[in-house]
Unconditional design. Sequence first.
Length: 164
Amino acid sequence: MNDSGLAAIDATDYRILRELAIDGRASDVALSERVNLSSTAVARRRKILEEQGAVRGYAADLDMARLGFGIVVIVMIELRSQAENILMEFETAVVKCPSMSYCSFVSGNVDFLMIIHVKSFEDYDRVYRSELSMLPHVAKIRSSFVMREVAHRAVPPVLLVGPG
């Protein structure tokens, strides 16, 4: 076991993870051909990686612009206080925001970073008024509009360079 409570991930597990990061829908047979292992062994290792939480799930990578949500907004939120009850109330409320796809409590000049996808600037104005401005304990909201996406990765390449 390592510090995170997981069984040690070896070079073969990393090869399986690399392939799953490229194609999460790959069958055990296809994976076995790519990592040079039997499909039974791949299935067993994949199951262990899933049970231990190294693989949290599988999802489609949706093209938000093609779905009509072509504007990405990075929202920086400062709260009036960082008291535990205030953080918890904010976090409970923000999870209910239907336009939010990502939110994290961060260090630095702001308390939370959010990512929101909208159809237009008018749509963002609606989101701002009906969702963001209604969040509890907010002192300041700053928004930055993404001008151009330079990179979009589900998994950083450094992870895929693991042992093996």
